[in-house]
Design a protein around this ligand. Structure first.
Ligand SMILES: [Fe+2]
Length: 311
């Protein structure tokens, strides 16, 4: 069988209480605090985020779901061939990617089953699918809640080795490539679950969370900005690679979090043709241009200064 998705991430931040408040407002449901780790659930994916205390912000751990013990054995053999470290038992494999400084756990876990969510009815020229009623997107007054964790984007000091770790080692597939920057890699039917880009230090660029549709992207971000306009990073827009609508916000530790909807899904690998994207197409199709702080987060210099010898 195969890998089937990201199950959980652990983010380390110096300011856990503030950051925990942010993710609760973002729409994740706080669960128990166990061993000083703050847990959060998505609507469909269970406990998909943990926040722990670290000296500088970083992704501490990424957990990936696999179908059965054969997957664990295959990955253990592949990592051994690559001379990359791993400890495995029947159900769980633990490894570490030095380029991104992330602990990676692959575990046998049930596949995420999401209830069928039909897209809302949209009127179009010559096609009235919503007669005599206002759009659902303007009638909603519930708070936006992410359905699941979608992807993470990481800076690596050795992008080529990190990419080999995820593809040749763990079995991720490449959906599209931006030469000299990164490859979009998937371990599920989502267009991408992990993207690793070359960077002067290992850092977490953003995490991305699925919501129902573009109205939820807009409503979620608007609610976050009503609380604090300084959270805005980039949006609303539509990515070209992956096609998703996006809006990026900044948490109190400096990590970006993205609401997304309508990401490309690759169900039959044989029917998808990976492409190479140059220039701005690699970043977006429409929307305002990305601010410089999206491409190079403003705290990178400080993170680099603090990276030496700290957790
Ligand atoms: Fe993203």
């Amino acid at each position: 069988m195969s890998l089937h998705g990201l199950t959980q991430i652990t983010i380390g931040v110096p300011n856990v209480a503030d950051t925990a408040g942010y993710y609760a407002e973002f729409g994740l449901d706080p669960t128990a605090i166990v061993d000083d780790a703050h847990g959060f659930t998505t609507t469909d994916g269970g406990e998909q985020l943990k926040l722990v205390s670290t000296a500088r912000r970083r992704l501490v751990e990424m957990r990936i779901g696999a179908d059965d013990p054969d997957d664990i054995a295959r990955i253990a053999a592949a990592l051994a061939r690559l001379e990359m470290p791993a400890q495995a038992d029947t159900m769980t494999l633990r490894s570490y990617d030095p380029g991104t400084e992330v602990n990676v756990v692959v575990e046998v876990a049930p596949r995420l089953a999401q209830r069928d969510t039909p897209p809302p009815a949209y009127n179009a020229p010559g096609h009235i699918s919503r007669p005599d009623t206002r759009a659902p997107g303007v009638l909603r007054d519930n708070r936006v809640q992410p359905r699941k964790l979608g992807h993470v984007v990481l800076g690596s000091t050795d992008q080529a080795t990190s990419q080999r770790f995820f593809t040749e080692g763990l079995g991720f597939k490449i959906s599209d490539t931006v030469p000299g920057l990164a490859a979009f890699m998937r371990c599920s039917t989502d267009h991408h679950n992990v993207l690793v880009q070359q960077a002067p230090l290992a850092f977490l660029h953003h995490t991305s969370w699925q919501v129902d549709d573009v109205d939820e992207v807009g409503r979620g971000a608007t609610a976050m900005l009503e609380k604090d306009p300084a959270r805005h990073v980039w949006g609303l827009g539509r990515h070209h690679v992956g096609s998703n609508f996006f809006w990026y916000l900044r948490d109190p530790a400096g990590n970006f979090s993205e609401y997304y909807s309508d990401l490309d899904c690759i169900v039959d690998d044989a029917l998808w043709t990976p492409q190479t994207w140059e220039g701005l197409r690699g970043l977006y199709n429409w929307g305002s241009p990305p601010p410089p702080s999206f491409l190079a987060p403003e705290d990178l210099a400080g993170l680099m200064a603090g990276a030496h010898g700290s957790a």
